[in-house]
Design a protein around this ligand. Structure first.
Ligand SMILES: NC(=O)c1ccc[n+]([C@@H]2O[C@H](COP(=O)([O-])OP(=O)(O)OC[C@H]3O[C@@H](n4cnc5c(N)ncnc54)[C@H](OP(=O)(O)O)[C@@H]3O)[C@@H](O)[C@H]2O)c1
Length: 317
């Protein structure tokens, strides 16, 4: 059978790289758009066998280019998302205007399916600009194109993430680690490959569902996550609850950095649990296999954050 083509926006990120591998293994050709082929080309081109991946350089705001790409694709996955605003990269531009534009074009060019990555918990997080922009983006898409599947995952982790890897780095450096809201906020971390294999199944099994929530097999508080990571890297640290008023002041300073560790909007978002809402179907309803356990998976790469690095790895006989 002639392979279908899937256009991916945000293909060079954590989820994108895993998705290219999963889709192309399933005989789906990928076209990946990146803003900087010199910086991201080498990461992207190793993700698929020759002939299965085309890399295009360009901006998501280049309407003529986006139009041409959507005209020539069967499927589209939108993975572009930001956690903080910088310059023209506002939540509104990235999470509302861009999805609005591609869903209109998806409708004009009658593509088979648009899969859009949103996030869990955005309905409850009423005071987070990030969450509300994601929600508005979803609404725009539904207004324009009904062959859309919105994927709402909890926090996604893998060796390619900015979550476990960054936390292990910080836990390695800081003697005292501040925790917000007493570390009680709950998450259901999902392994990146489980999520991307499920996205591939949404395509190959032609699943038609407006919104699907994705969660891993465990519910863990932020404190549980930190304690697991500490035990995986053999470190002991004081986890110190930080009053929110002080956290807000420090976040103001972080916001001045090119890549802030935490922003005030993220602080607000962290108040809300990031677990299945029960209002929508989830990965279990479709028998997607999302059973990888946090500790087992992180254990596969956490040795690099231990004191002895690669030499702390247990010998396999
Ligand atoms: N990771 C998680 O835990 C998680 C949880 C819930 C939801 N999500 C959602 O899932 C999607 C993908 O997440 P991810 O973790 O794979 O993201 P990521 O690693 O940050 O990758 C996003 C990609 O978007 C591309 N991009 C294009 N135009 C951009 C622009 N103007 N500003 C910023 N990035 C731009 C970038 O690729 P180029 O640099 O190559 O252009 C970047 O690699 C996002 O929508 C995110 O909100 C993620």
């Amino acid at each position: 059978m002639k392979p279908k083509n899937c256009l991916i926006f945000g293909a060079s990120g954590q989820i994108g790289r895993n998705l290219i591998r999963s889709l192309t293994k399933n005989n789906i050709k990928v076209t990946a758009l990146t803003r900087n082929i010199h910086q991201k080309g080498y990461i992207l081109k190793t993700q698929a066998n020759p002939g299965f991946l085309e890399i295009v350089e360009g901006s998501i705001f280049d309407y003529e280019l986006i139009k041409k790409l959507l005209k020539n694709t069967d499927l589209c996955v939108n993975l572009v998302g930001i956690l903080f605003e910088k310059g023209k990269n506002t939540f509104n531009n990235i999470h509302v205007e861009f999805p609005k534009m591609i869903s209109k074009l998806a409708s004009i060019y009658k593509i088979e399916k648009l899969i859009h990555l949103s996030a869990l918990g955005i309905e409850s997080a009423e005071d987070s600009i990030y969450a509300q922009s994601k929600l508005k983006g979803e609404k725009e898409i539904f207004n324009n194109f009904d062959k859309t599947v919105i994927v709402r995952p909890s926090i996604v982790y893998s060796v390619d993430d900015n979550f476990t890897t960054q936390l292990m780095t910080l836990l390695g450096i800081l003697p005292i680690f501040p925790i917000y809201y007493n570390g009680k906020t709950k998450f259901s971390p999902i392994h990146c490959a489980d999520l991307t294999n499920s996205i591939t199944k949404i395509i190959t099994d032609d699943i038609r569902e407006n919104i699907i929530e994705f969660a891993g097999p465990e519910e863990m508080s932020f404190r549980d996550i930190l304690e697991k990571l500490l035990s995986l890297i053999d470190k002991k640290r004081l986890l110190l609850p930080m009053p929110i008023s002080i956290a807000r002041v420090t976040a103001h300073f972080f916001e001045l950095l090119p890549k802030p560790l935490i922003t005030n909007d993220q602080l607000r978002l962290l108040k809300y649990d990031n677990i299945l809402s029960g209002k929508y179907k989830n990965n279990n309803d479709f028998n997607f296999n999302c059973s990888s356990r946090f500790e087992d998976e992180v254990n596969k790469y956490s040795y690099m954050w231990k004191r002895e690095g690669e030499y702390s790895k247990k010998e396999v006989s």
